[in-house]
Design a binder for this molecule. Structure first.
Ligand code: KG4
Ligand code: ZN
Length: 353
Protein backbone atom coordinates (compact mmCIF):
# COMPACT_ATOMS: atom_id res chain seq x y z
CA UNK A 1 0.00 0.00 0.00
CA UNK A 2 1.45 3.39 -1.04
CA UNK A 3 0.12 6.81 -0.03
CA UNK A 4 1.10 10.35 -1.05
CA UNK A 5 0.86 12.75 1.92
CA UNK A 6 0.47 16.53 1.78
CA UNK A 7 1.01 18.90 4.75
CA UNK A 8 0.04 22.59 4.56
CA UNK A 9 -1.61 23.34 7.90
CA UNK A 10 0.89 25.97 9.08
CA UNK A 11 4.15 27.31 7.63
CA UNK A 12 5.70 24.19 6.16
CA UNK A 13 4.75 22.98 2.69
CA UNK A 14 5.48 19.27 2.60
CA UNK A 15 4.90 16.23 0.40
CA UNK A 16 5.97 12.63 1.01
CA UNK A 17 5.41 9.11 -0.24
CA UNK A 18 5.16 6.28 2.31
CA UNK A 19 4.68 2.57 1.65
CA UNK A 20 3.48 -0.22 3.94
CA UNK A 21 5.50 -3.26 2.89
CA UNK A 22 5.70 -6.82 4.19
CA UNK A 23 8.88 -5.83 6.05
CA UNK A 24 7.25 -2.76 7.64
CA UNK A 25 6.65 0.89 6.72
CA UNK A 26 9.08 2.65 4.37
CA UNK A 27 9.45 6.37 3.68
CA UNK A 28 10.11 6.54 -0.08
CA UNK A 29 10.44 10.34 -0.14
CA UNK A 30 9.88 13.17 2.32
CA UNK A 31 10.26 16.79 1.15
CA UNK A 32 9.71 20.00 3.06
CA UNK A 33 9.81 23.64 2.09
CA UNK A 34 9.95 25.83 5.20
CA UNK A 35 8.44 29.29 4.81
CA UNK A 36 10.45 30.81 7.67
CA UNK A 37 12.21 33.29 5.36
CA UNK A 38 8.91 34.43 3.84
CA UNK A 39 7.43 35.32 7.25
CA UNK A 40 10.62 36.67 8.86
CA UNK A 41 10.08 40.37 7.99
CA UNK A 42 6.69 40.29 9.80
CA UNK A 43 7.84 38.75 13.11
CA UNK A 44 5.30 35.91 12.96
CA UNK A 45 3.30 33.72 10.58
CA UNK A 46 1.01 35.72 8.27
CA UNK A 47 -1.84 33.35 7.25
CA UNK A 48 -2.38 34.97 3.83
CA UNK A 49 1.33 34.78 2.96
CA UNK A 50 1.38 31.16 4.17
CA UNK A 51 -1.53 30.19 1.89
CA UNK A 52 0.04 31.86 -1.16
CA UNK A 53 3.44 30.28 -0.43
CA UNK A 54 1.82 26.81 -0.20
CA UNK A 55 0.27 27.48 -3.62
CA UNK A 56 3.68 28.37 -5.06
CA UNK A 57 5.62 25.45 -3.56
CA UNK A 58 3.23 22.53 -3.33
CA UNK A 59 3.07 21.36 -6.95
CA UNK A 60 6.85 21.15 -7.48
CA UNK A 61 7.16 19.39 -4.10
CA UNK A 62 4.57 16.77 -5.06
CA UNK A 63 6.27 16.13 -8.44
CA UNK A 64 9.66 15.74 -6.74
CA UNK A 65 8.24 13.52 -3.97
CA UNK A 66 6.78 11.17 -6.59
CA UNK A 67 9.91 11.13 -8.74
CA UNK A 68 12.23 10.56 -5.73
CA UNK A 69 9.97 7.66 -4.74
CA UNK A 70 10.35 6.40 -8.30
CA UNK A 71 6.61 6.14 -8.91
CA UNK A 72 3.81 7.90 -10.78
CA UNK A 73 0.44 8.89 -9.39
CA UNK A 74 -1.00 5.75 -10.96
CA UNK A 75 0.93 3.60 -8.50
CA UNK A 76 -0.35 5.22 -5.29
CA UNK A 77 -3.36 3.77 -3.47
CA UNK A 78 -4.41 6.98 -1.79
CA UNK A 79 -3.75 10.69 -1.46
CA UNK A 80 -3.82 12.13 2.06
CA UNK A 81 -3.81 15.79 3.09
CA UNK A 82 -4.03 17.57 6.43
CA UNK A 83 -7.67 18.69 6.71
CA UNK A 84 -7.27 20.39 10.12
CA UNK A 85 -6.59 21.73 12.65
CA UNK A 86 -4.60 24.66 11.26
CA UNK A 87 -4.75 27.84 9.20
CA UNK A 88 -7.72 27.63 6.86
CA UNK A 89 -5.95 29.11 3.80
CA UNK A 90 -3.20 26.50 3.88
CA UNK A 91 -5.64 23.68 4.60
CA UNK A 92 -7.66 24.70 1.52
CA UNK A 93 -4.56 24.67 -0.72
CA UNK A 94 -3.39 21.23 0.47
CA UNK A 95 -6.77 19.51 0.62
CA UNK A 96 -8.08 20.88 -2.68
CA UNK A 97 -4.84 19.79 -4.38
CA UNK A 98 -5.19 16.30 -2.88
CA UNK A 99 -8.87 16.07 -3.81
CA UNK A 100 -8.16 17.21 -7.38
CA UNK A 101 -5.39 14.63 -7.79
CA UNK A 102 -7.54 11.91 -6.20
CA UNK A 103 -10.43 12.70 -8.54
CA UNK A 104 -8.25 12.86 -11.67
CA UNK A 105 -6.32 9.66 -10.85
CA UNK A 106 -9.35 7.86 -9.36
CA UNK A 107 -7.63 7.28 -6.02
CA UNK A 108 -8.87 7.33 -2.44
CA UNK A 109 -8.80 10.72 -0.70
CA UNK A 110 -7.94 10.83 2.99
CA UNK A 111 -8.56 14.01 5.02
CA UNK A 112 -6.13 13.65 7.92
CA UNK A 113 -6.20 15.25 11.37
CA UNK A 114 -2.76 16.89 11.74
CA UNK A 115 -2.69 16.04 15.47
CA UNK A 116 -3.52 12.42 14.74
CA UNK A 117 -0.61 12.41 12.29
CA UNK A 118 1.77 13.53 15.08
CA UNK A 119 0.19 10.91 17.36
CA UNK A 120 0.65 8.02 14.91
CA UNK A 121 4.16 8.91 13.64
CA UNK A 122 5.66 6.57 16.25
CA UNK A 123 3.93 3.62 14.55
CA UNK A 124 5.73 4.59 11.33
CA UNK A 125 9.16 4.76 12.98
CA UNK A 126 8.88 2.15 15.80
CA UNK A 127 6.48 -0.73 16.16
CA UNK A 128 4.46 0.69 19.06
CA UNK A 129 1.09 -0.99 19.66
CA UNK A 130 -2.11 0.56 21.00
CA UNK A 131 -2.82 1.58 23.72
CA UNK A 132 0.05 3.97 24.46
CA UNK A 133 0.39 7.17 26.47
CA UNK A 134 1.26 10.22 24.38
CA UNK A 135 2.66 13.63 25.30
CA UNK A 136 1.81 15.77 22.26
CA UNK A 137 3.85 18.96 22.32
CA UNK A 138 3.82 21.33 19.37
CA UNK A 139 3.53 25.00 18.43
CA UNK A 140 -0.25 24.96 18.78
CA UNK A 141 -0.91 22.19 21.30
CA UNK A 142 0.18 20.63 24.57
CA UNK A 143 -1.81 17.56 25.55
CA UNK A 144 -1.56 14.21 27.30
CA UNK A 145 -3.60 11.52 25.57
CA UNK A 146 -4.19 7.82 25.60
CA UNK A 147 -3.94 6.57 22.00
CA UNK A 148 -6.37 3.64 22.09
CA UNK A 149 -6.61 3.07 18.33
CA UNK A 150 -6.83 4.92 15.01
CA UNK A 151 -9.45 7.64 15.59
CA UNK A 152 -9.71 6.73 19.30
CA UNK A 153 -8.09 9.15 21.74
CA UNK A 154 -8.75 9.96 25.38
CA UNK A 155 -7.45 13.36 26.48
CA UNK A 156 -6.09 13.37 30.03
CA UNK A 157 -4.98 16.98 30.07
CA UNK A 158 -4.33 20.05 27.96
CA UNK A 159 -2.93 23.55 28.32
CA UNK A 160 -5.04 26.21 30.01
CA UNK A 161 -3.30 29.00 28.08
CA UNK A 162 -0.25 28.85 25.78
CA UNK A 163 0.95 25.74 23.95
CA UNK A 164 4.44 24.65 24.96
CA UNK A 165 5.98 25.42 21.54
CA UNK A 166 4.41 28.87 21.79
CA UNK A 167 6.10 29.27 25.21
CA UNK A 168 9.47 28.41 23.64
CA UNK A 169 8.82 30.78 20.72
CA UNK A 170 7.69 33.71 22.90
CA UNK A 171 10.53 33.27 25.40
CA UNK A 172 13.05 33.14 22.53
CA UNK A 173 11.65 36.37 21.10
CA UNK A 174 11.94 38.10 24.49
CA UNK A 175 15.52 36.85 24.95
CA UNK A 176 16.41 38.04 21.44
CA UNK A 177 16.92 34.62 19.85
CA UNK A 178 15.54 33.64 16.44
CA UNK A 179 12.40 31.87 15.22
CA UNK A 180 11.42 29.08 15.67
CA UNK A 181 12.24 29.57 19.32
CA UNK A 182 12.50 25.93 20.44
CA UNK A 183 15.63 25.03 18.47
CA UNK A 184 17.10 28.52 19.14
CA UNK A 185 16.65 28.07 22.91
CA UNK A 186 18.03 24.54 22.80
CA UNK A 187 21.12 25.77 20.94
CA UNK A 188 21.71 28.81 23.22
CA UNK A 189 21.09 26.67 26.34
CA UNK A 190 24.01 24.39 25.52
CA UNK A 191 26.44 26.97 26.93
CA UNK A 192 24.13 28.22 29.66
CA UNK A 193 23.61 27.65 33.38
CA UNK A 194 20.22 25.93 33.74
CA UNK A 195 19.91 26.98 37.38
CA UNK A 196 20.90 30.65 37.17
CA UNK A 197 17.39 32.13 36.97
CA UNK A 198 14.57 30.96 39.25
CA UNK A 199 11.58 30.51 36.94
CA UNK A 200 8.14 29.18 37.91
CA UNK A 201 7.15 25.56 37.14
CA UNK A 202 3.46 26.21 36.34
CA UNK A 203 1.01 23.62 37.79
CA UNK A 204 3.85 21.59 39.34
CA UNK A 205 2.67 19.40 42.22
CA UNK A 206 -1.01 19.84 41.43
CA UNK A 207 -3.17 16.80 40.72
CA UNK A 208 -4.27 16.13 37.15
CA UNK A 209 -2.57 16.50 33.79
CA UNK A 210 -3.31 20.08 32.66
CA UNK A 211 -0.56 22.54 31.74
CA UNK A 212 -0.05 26.30 31.91
CA UNK A 213 2.78 28.35 30.43
CA UNK A 214 1.70 32.00 30.44
CA UNK A 215 3.28 32.68 33.88
CA UNK A 216 6.64 31.49 32.59
CA UNK A 217 6.57 34.01 29.75
CA UNK A 218 5.72 36.83 32.19
CA UNK A 219 8.61 35.77 34.48
CA UNK A 220 11.05 35.85 31.54
CA UNK A 221 9.89 39.36 30.60
CA UNK A 222 10.30 40.46 34.24
CA UNK A 223 13.88 39.15 34.49
CA UNK A 224 14.87 40.99 31.31
CA UNK A 225 13.22 44.25 32.41
CA UNK A 226 14.65 44.22 35.94
CA UNK A 227 18.14 43.42 34.64
CA UNK A 228 17.91 46.18 32.00
CA UNK A 229 18.65 43.77 29.14
CA UNK A 230 20.89 40.74 28.73
CA UNK A 231 24.54 40.22 27.81
CA UNK A 232 25.49 37.07 25.82
CA UNK A 233 26.14 35.11 29.05
CA UNK A 234 22.75 36.20 30.42
CA UNK A 235 21.03 35.18 27.18
CA UNK A 236 22.53 31.68 27.33
CA UNK A 237 21.70 31.32 31.05
CA UNK A 238 18.12 32.51 30.60
CA UNK A 239 17.62 30.19 27.59
CA UNK A 240 18.96 27.30 29.68
CA UNK A 241 16.73 28.23 32.64
CA UNK A 242 13.64 28.40 30.38
CA UNK A 243 14.45 25.01 28.86
CA UNK A 244 14.82 23.42 32.30
CA UNK A 245 11.63 25.03 33.67
CA UNK A 246 9.60 23.79 30.68
CA UNK A 247 11.07 20.28 30.94
CA UNK A 248 10.32 20.21 34.70
CA UNK A 249 6.73 21.32 34.12
CA UNK A 250 6.17 18.78 31.32
CA UNK A 251 7.77 15.95 33.30
CA UNK A 252 5.67 16.72 36.40
CA UNK A 253 2.36 16.60 34.50
CA UNK A 254 3.46 13.54 32.51
CA UNK A 255 4.33 11.69 35.75
CA UNK A 256 0.69 12.05 36.87
CA UNK A 257 -0.47 10.72 33.50
CA UNK A 258 1.94 7.77 33.71
CA UNK A 259 0.52 6.79 37.14
CA UNK A 260 -3.02 6.94 35.81
CA UNK A 261 -2.17 5.10 32.58
CA UNK A 262 -0.44 2.23 34.39
CA UNK A 263 -3.48 1.73 36.61
CA UNK A 264 -6.13 2.00 33.85
CA UNK A 265 -4.23 0.39 30.98
CA UNK A 266 -2.00 -2.33 32.47
CA UNK A 267 -1.67 -3.82 28.97
CA UNK A 268 -0.12 -0.53 27.64
CA UNK A 269 3.67 -0.55 27.60
CA UNK A 270 4.87 2.74 26.10
CA UNK A 271 5.24 6.45 26.80
CA UNK A 272 5.52 8.33 23.50
CA UNK A 273 6.39 11.97 22.83
CA UNK A 274 5.47 13.66 19.53
CA UNK A 275 5.14 17.10 17.91
CA UNK A 276 7.79 19.75 17.21
CA UNK A 277 8.89 20.21 20.85
CA UNK A 278 9.60 16.46 21.04
CA UNK A 279 12.77 17.27 19.05
CA UNK A 280 14.23 18.72 22.29
CA UNK A 281 17.01 16.47 23.61
CA UNK A 282 16.73 17.47 27.28
CA UNK A 283 12.98 16.72 27.19
CA UNK A 284 13.58 13.34 25.56
CA UNK A 285 16.12 12.44 28.26
CA UNK A 286 13.73 13.47 31.06
CA UNK A 287 10.86 11.46 29.60
CA UNK A 288 13.08 8.46 28.98
CA UNK A 289 14.02 8.41 32.69
CA UNK A 290 10.39 8.89 33.73
CA UNK A 291 9.24 6.00 31.54
CA UNK A 292 12.04 3.66 32.54
CA UNK A 293 11.45 4.30 36.27
CA UNK A 294 7.77 3.44 35.74
CA UNK A 295 8.55 0.25 33.83
CA UNK A 296 7.36 1.67 30.50
CA UNK A 297 9.17 1.73 27.19
CA UNK A 298 9.99 5.25 25.93
CA UNK A 299 9.58 5.99 22.23
CA UNK A 300 10.10 9.18 20.21
CA UNK A 301 10.30 9.68 16.44
CA UNK A 302 13.65 10.94 15.08
CA UNK A 303 13.74 14.75 15.38
CA UNK A 304 12.99 15.56 11.68
CA UNK A 305 9.77 13.53 12.01
CA UNK A 306 8.75 15.37 15.21
CA UNK A 307 8.34 18.73 13.46
CA UNK A 308 5.69 19.03 10.72
CA UNK A 309 6.30 16.83 7.69
CA UNK A 310 4.50 15.04 4.87
CA UNK A 311 5.49 11.49 5.90
CA UNK A 312 3.31 11.66 9.03
CA UNK A 313 0.31 12.63 6.89
CA UNK A 314 1.00 9.85 4.36
CA UNK A 315 1.41 7.31 7.19
CA UNK A 316 -1.88 8.36 8.81
CA UNK A 317 -3.44 7.98 5.36
CA UNK A 318 -2.15 4.37 5.30
CA UNK A 319 -3.45 3.68 8.83
CA UNK A 320 -6.89 4.97 7.81
CA UNK A 321 -6.94 3.42 4.34
CA UNK A 322 -6.25 -0.06 5.67
CA UNK A 323 -9.28 0.32 7.96
CA UNK A 324 -11.38 1.48 5.01
CA UNK A 325 -11.72 5.01 6.44
CA UNK A 326 -11.81 6.83 3.09
CA UNK A 327 -13.18 10.39 2.88
CA UNK A 328 -15.49 11.77 0.25
CA UNK A 329 -14.37 14.58 -2.05
CA UNK A 330 -16.77 16.97 -0.31
CA UNK A 331 -15.36 16.22 3.15
CA UNK A 332 -15.14 19.50 5.10
CA UNK A 333 -12.00 21.20 6.40
CA UNK A 334 -11.79 21.61 10.16
CA UNK A 335 -9.62 24.52 11.38
CA UNK A 336 -10.47 23.28 14.92
CA UNK A 337 -10.50 19.53 15.24
CA UNK A 338 -9.94 18.04 18.72
CA UNK A 339 -8.66 14.46 18.93
CA UNK A 340 -11.06 13.76 21.80
CA UNK A 341 -14.27 15.71 21.10
CA UNK A 342 -15.78 14.33 24.33
CA UNK A 343 -13.12 15.85 26.60
CA UNK A 344 -14.48 18.50 28.98
CA UNK A 345 -13.74 22.06 27.78
CA UNK A 346 -11.08 24.08 29.62
CA UNK A 347 -11.68 27.67 30.62
CA UNK A 348 -8.26 29.31 30.03
CA UNK A 349 -8.00 32.36 27.82
CA UNK A 350 -5.85 30.74 25.14
CA UNK A 351 -7.43 27.29 25.12
CA UNK A 352 -7.30 25.62 21.74
CA UNK A 353 -9.09 22.50 20.54
O1 KG4 B 1 4.76 20.28 15.35
P1 KG4 B 1 5.34 21.55 14.85
O2 KG4 B 1 6.41 21.49 13.78
O3 KG4 B 1 4.23 22.52 14.32
C1 KG4 B 1 2.96 22.58 14.92
O4 KG4 B 1 2.11 21.70 14.61
O5 KG4 B 1 2.80 23.50 15.75
O6 KG4 B 1 5.91 22.32 16.15
C2 KG4 B 1 6.56 23.55 16.03
C3 KG4 B 1 7.02 23.97 17.42
C4 KG4 B 1 7.59 25.38 17.47
O7 KG4 B 1 6.97 26.08 18.53
C5 KG4 B 1 9.07 25.15 17.74
O8 KG4 B 1 9.66 26.20 18.49
C6 KG4 B 1 9.05 23.85 18.52
O9 KG4 B 1 8.05 23.09 17.89
N1 KG4 B 1 10.33 23.13 18.43
C7 KG4 B 1 11.13 22.88 19.50
C8 KG4 B 1 12.29 22.26 18.99
N2 KG4 B 1 12.15 22.12 17.63
C9 KG4 B 1 10.93 22.67 17.31
N3 KG4 B 1 10.98 23.16 20.81
C10 KG4 B 1 11.98 22.79 21.65
N4 KG4 B 1 13.13 22.22 21.23
C11 KG4 B 1 13.33 21.93 19.93
N5 KG4 B 1 14.47 21.35 19.53
ZN1 ZN C 1 2.40 19.97 13.94
Amino acid sequence: MIVLGIETSCDESAAAVVAATSSGPKILSNLIHSQIAEHLPYGGIVPEIAARAHLDHLHPLISRALSEAGIGLREVDGIAAAAGPGLIGGLIVGSMTAKGLAWAARKAFLGVNHLEAHALTIRLTDSVQFPYLLLLVSGGHCQLLVCAGVGRYIRLGTTLDDAVGEAFDKAAKLIGLGYPGGPAIEEAARNGDHNRFALPRPMKGRPGCDFSFSGLKTAVRQIIMVGGGLDPRGRADLAASVELAICDALADRTANAVDWFRRKYPEGDALVVAGGVAANKRLRERLMKLATDAGLRFAAPPSPLCTDNGAMIAWTGIERLRLGLIDSLDAPLRPRWPLDPGAPPRSGAGVKA
